[in-house]
Design a protein around this ligand. Structure first.
Ligand code: ATR
Length: 281
């Protein structure tokens, strides 16, 4: 079998997904292609989807701005994607399109690959900074995996409330302002920065100061340009252990590839290679 895979979104010319999935195909010893299908928001999305339905495509990834727009074109929506209201992976099963969201599980896999001990004590206290789409994915995944305290701090309180209301979670969640989060950061074992704050070209920004972070906390940042954000750097200077955002990219792709092919690819040297690519940009 030859796999025909794609990415749809806009703008996606600089996406790393083709590189990642071509490596996966090679590692799995599978024949296939992963190509970019940029869809200009000025074009009719419906027409583009009708055209794609006629192609012999095995699966595709969906990125901004179409993660919600794709939903009416699906035949089946996986439970996690339904809860999130966003899809980033579609598999074609005998002409039926099934939508998934691999962001949350991908994030957890990346964290677990680096800090497996975190997953043996789900009573560890977690703080999420932000309340956007990525936060939602990570919140649901942490809750589903059994973490019992997951607080959220965001500039806009209502967005954080919306996440907890929609989640129907079993975790205890308090909503904080960013000022409160900065002050009480020492209460948390795991702090996850889920906004775009600190991304190039504003790499000198940090969402909160790291001054009160516990010295043995794990601090994670989903921003991957730069790989080592100022927030991670300052947290490491306090003694915290860090987790960089590019690993999430690899593991959400790993889960997508598994949905398409049934093969779970080992990362081996891919993390280092991806780091080199990103640092060369
Ligand atoms: P995505 O869906 O891609 O995660 P998003 O929905 O735009 O992106 O979410 C961005 C998150 O980053 C939000 O939590 C946003 O805070 P608000 O809800 O208050 O808008 C947060 N964010 C973005 N820029 C920020 C800034 N300069 N300071 C604080 N928070 C910021």
């Amino acid at each position: 079998m030859v796999y025909h895979l794609k990415l749809i979104g806009y703008p996606i010319k600089h996406s790393l997904s083709p590189w990642i999935h071509e490596q996966f195909l090679e590692k799995a010893n599978l024949q296939g292609t992963y190509t970019i299908n940029e869809i200009n928001p000025e074009d009719s999305f419906e027409e583009q989807m009708n055209r794609l339905k006629k192609e012999q495509i095995d699966g595709f990834n969906v990125t901004v701005p179409y993660k919600q727009a794709i939903i009416p074109f699906l035949d089946v929506l996986d439970e996690t994607a339904r809860k999130m209201g966003a899809v980033n992976t579609v598999v074609n099963k005998n002409g039926r399109w099934i939508g998934y969201n691999t962001d949350g599980i991908g994030y957890l896999r990346s964290l677990e690959s680096m800090y497996p001990e975190l997953f043996t004590d789900k009573k560890k206290r977690v703080l999420l900074l932000g309340a956007g789409g990525a936060t939602r994915a990570i919140y649901y995944a942490l809750d589903a995996s059994g973490f019992t305290t997951i607080d959220i701090a965001n500039r806009t309180r209502a967005s954080a409330e919306e996440i907890t209301e929609a989640a129907n979670s079993s975790a205890q969640t308090e909503i904080l302002s960013l000022e409160e989060a900065e002050k009480h950061a020492g209460n948390y074992d795991l702090i996850i920065q889920t906004t775009s704050v600190g991304m190039k070209p504003k790499q000198n920004d940090t969402i909160i100061k790291s001054d009160n972070i516990k010295t043995n906390a794990i601090v994670s940042d989903i921003v991957y340009q730069p790989i080592q954000t100022k927030f991670l750097r300052c947290s490491a200077e306090r003694g915290a252990m860090t987790h960089q955002g590019h690993t999430m990219l690899l593991y959400q792709a790993q889960y997508a590839f598994e949905i398409w092919t049934g093969k779970k690819i080992k990362m081996d040297d891919m993390e280092v290679k991806l780091k080199d690519i990103l640092e060369g940009r």
